[in-house]
Design a protein. Structure first.
Length: 768
């Protein structure tokens, strides 16, 4: 098989043919079709097998007539006689809870574009996506709208992570589990920087790989954006990428038909790698992937109403904060995965489970086990889950398999398989293994690989039969001998007995020795976690006994500790707790002391952890939301006492530049700046240069923040900077995916912010 080639950049080529600064390239499908077709034909002549439609931003958030733009874009690409890839770029918005775009609305936005363009298209290209949740929305829209092949392509930062925190492995796990046909990486960097990303994709993904780097790094020359790799240098670097084992190559920002022609020539003799099936068993969250089978993992059991009076009360009162507290405490105590079960009579389980899953995944980065016997609740929660979940559970009953396996396949889950069927729970290990084999065969009929099954041999209490533990342990050994993964609800073994923790701890150790992959336990139980860490150390699974030593120090916060301090609540994104604690502190302390002793230190700590990649954007924004509630309470208290608002850190005007509707970065910066006490005047997106200057003059702002995502809109940024410097004394900081520190300097910016926290640091230093 030969490598197939995509085309390259579009916007910069249209600019060379008259596209005005701030004008949307997509609109030219209707107003200047001959120019768009000329670019398509040039790429076809250069050797491109796929021509990408000029529809990167064509959705209802930007154009009222987006359907006409999309249809015209497909028709123009089809005129080349090549395969047509319907191009879907990011919406430009963050999804809830980080932003204001609802998940189902995002699905709808992508579905509308696909419905408008699927006739005449040969494939769907979802590209430049920086959030796994948005990629899930786009993939579901594609799968539910058509049967075209789907290319899922992400944009990573210099650390190899998405904006919302996923590394290459986690992004690949999500795309593959949701049914993408090709996994890709595009934009952001040149081909040299892509080598590491492609190597990681090859290591973890079973799908064919697409790579579409920029033509090097951007520079500003005479007011125009150019890229620093020559055609020959680009082709040589792409040959190096091709040799790593890819199936599709193309270009992104800065590439031209000359770049693509040189690339197709240089890589023509390198064979494609179509498929390289991996045997990993992964579950994932938005940022973290956990592998089953390497060493036992802990699944936290506490988000489950069984035997928990306080938890039942929380469910009846819709007290989501209680659930979040349980989640954060369990992760802090060492749980790798969290079980989420809200099954309780008298509630709408589908609504409550979905709300709980959405809330928990917004606060912790551990993958979740979605636990319900309610099919509607299962599908609702699985749809909203941001990652590859554990699904608990399916069993050997035909009705169960018919109900659960289609959901698991559609949403890409690892299924917990209970070894029981219409005849009940077999009394022997051999009988339970027969059900395991039946489940494997049924799963394969639904297209679910055995690596995505994890078997529960069922722990029955020894108080009713002294052989129950022995049967379960024997079943574990038989499952493990066949290379299958296993899970147990450990505490079931001790029902009806005194001092249950002693029995549970001993059984947990025996089960791990018998091959247990995952134990559903209480991670806040010190004896259980001691057994876990001790086993891993003894089994050679804990290098240098590091985890055992750390666990022995007993530094994990309990639920009560997590609830008891405003700083901790802000760090953990617990908004309700932060508000209540702030109200209590206002009875004892003055407002400015609360800000300086609790809120700002919490934000600083969150910022440091963010920069160290110890927490990621969703958690950072949840912390900011918690801090904002506390700030608002302080402001209201001061006003009620006739006091002045706390001193402002300074006034900053921010905007996304003319022609650019992607305001994710700007909105994140706004949230963080406001939480550090700065007054932020947000002019929105697609803001004309003159409007920025006018507002800065009007309010006398000394610092301005400008954002741009698209190469074609950087000239608007440069013009805005020049006008600001010519007409005001204000300084300008800039940020965005297409910028580098050198590029920012070349267009006249005073400061470059690589991310939102860097913007805060710049503002703090600037205002002193």
């Amino acid at each position: 098989m030969k490598i197939k080639f995509f085309d390259g950049g579009m916007g910069s080529l249209l600019q060379a043919n008259g596209l005005k600064r701030g004008e949307a390239p997509d609109r030219w499908n209707l107003t200047h079709p001959e120019q768009v077709l000329a670019v398509h034909n040039a790429y076809a002549a250069a050797g491109s097998d796929y021509i990408t439609t000029n529809t990167f931003g064509a959705n209802r958030l930007r154009f009222e007539n987006f359907e006409a733009i999309v249809k015209a874009g497909v028709e123009l690409a089809a005129q080349t006689g090549k395969k047509v890839a319907l191009d879907l770029g990011p919406t430009g918005k963050l999804l809830k809870p980080m932003g204001d775009l609802d998940f189902e609305e995002a699905v709808g936005i992508y579905r509308e574009v696909i419905e408008a363009g699927k006739e005449g298209a040969d494939a769907i290209l979802i590209e430049t996506v920086s959030d796994t949740y948005e990629m899930k929305a786009a993939l579901l829209a594609a799968k539910e709208s058509c049967d075209l092949p789907i290319f899922a392509s992400f944009i990573f930062d210099e650390s190899g992570r998405l904006l919302t925190g996923a590394d290459v492995k986690t992004a690949a796990v999500l795309a593959e589990s949701l049914g993408a046909d090709v996994i890709g990486v595009n934009c952001g960097f040149g081909p040299k920087q892509f080598l590491r990303l492609v190597k990681e994709l090859r290591q973890y993904a079973s799908l064919p790989i697409l790579a579409q780097p920029n033509a090097g790094l951007p520079q500003s020359v005479n007011g125009k954006t150019v890229y620093n790799l020559s055609v020959e240098e680009y082709a040589d670097a792409m040959r190096e990428i091709a040799s790593l084992g890819v199936s599709y190559l193309g270009g992104c920002c800065g590439t031209t038909p000359a770049h693509i022609a040189a690339m197709t020539s240089a890589c023509a003799d390198i064979p494609a790698v179509e498929n390289d099936v991996k045997s990993f068993s992964f579950v994932s969250s938005y940022s973290t992937t956990v592998e089953l089978g390497k060493a036992p993992i802990v699944i936290g059991e506490r988000i489950n109403p069984t035997g928990k009076k306080r938890f039942k009360q929380a469910l009846l009162e819709n007290d989501i904060s209680y659930i979040i507290n349980e989640a954060t405490a369990q992760v802090a105590a060492g749980a790798a995965v969290l079980d989420v079960n809200t099954g309780l009579p008298g509630i709408d389980e589908a609504a409550v489970l979905t709300e709980a899953v959405t809330a928990v995944q917004g606060v912790v980065n551990a993958p979740l086990q979605i636990d319900t016997a309610h099919t509607r609740a299962l599908e609702s929660a699985m749809r909203r889950y941001n990652g590859k979940a554990l699904l608990n559970s399916v069993n050997g009953k035909q009705s169960s398999m018919d109900a659960v396996f289609p959901i698991a396949k559609k949403y890409g889950a690892v299924c917990v398989c209970l070894l029981l069927d219409e005849s009940g729970i077999p009394a022997t290990a051999t009988g339970r293994m027969e059900i395991a084999h039946k489940l494997i065969a049924a799963a394969q009929q639904y297209g679910i690989d055995t690596k995505d099954l994890i078997f529960d041999p069922l722990a029955m209490t020894i108080s009713t039969d002294s052989n129950n533990a022995l049967i379960t342990l024997e079943t574990l050994r038989l499952l493990r001998a066949e290379g299958l993964h296993t899970v147990l609800g450990v505490s079931n073994i001790s029902f009806g007995l005194p001092n249950r923790e002693a029995i549970n701890t001993a059984f947990f150790t025996l089960a791990m020795q018998a091959g247990l992959s995952a134990g559903i336990i209480n991670p806040l139980s010190k004896p259980m976690m001691n057994a876990y860490y001790a086993y891993n150390a003894l089994a050679g699974l804990d290098e240098g006994c590091a985890a055992y030593i750390a666990g022995a120090q007993d530094t994990s916060p309990t639920v009560s500790k997590a609830q008891g301090d405003l700083k901790n609540s802000i760090l953990q994104g617990l908004s309700k707790e932060a508000l209540e604690q702030c109200k209590a502190l206002l009875k004892e302390m003055d407002a400015l002391s609360i800000i300086s002793e609790y809120i700002v230190p919490a934000l600083d700590e969150a910022g440091k952890r963010f920069e160290k990649k110890e927490l990621f954007l969703p958690q950072l924004l949840m912390s900011a939301d918690a801090a904002k509630l506390a700030f608002d309470e302080i402001k209201a208290d001061m006003l009620s006492k006739g006091q002045q608002k706390e001193p402002s850190g300074g006034t900053i005007v921010i905007a996304t530049v003319e022609g650019d509707i992607h305001d994710i970065g700007k909105n994140i910066v706004k949230v963080l700046l406001e939480n550090y006490g700065f007054d932020v005047v947000d002019l929105g997106k697609d803001v004309k240069c003159e409007a920025v200057v006018e507002k800065v003059k009007e309010i006398g702002a000394r610092l301005v923040g400008l954002s741009a995502l698209m190469t074609t809109t950087v000239p608007s940024m440069e013009k805005t900077i020049k006008l600001l410097h010519a007409q005001t004394p204000a300084k300008v900081m800039v940020g965005g995916a297409v910028l580098t520190p050198e590029y920012a300097r070349q267009i006249g910016a005073d400061y470059y912010a690589k991310d939102a926290m860097e913007g805060v640091h710049i503002a703090k230093e600037f205002f002193g």
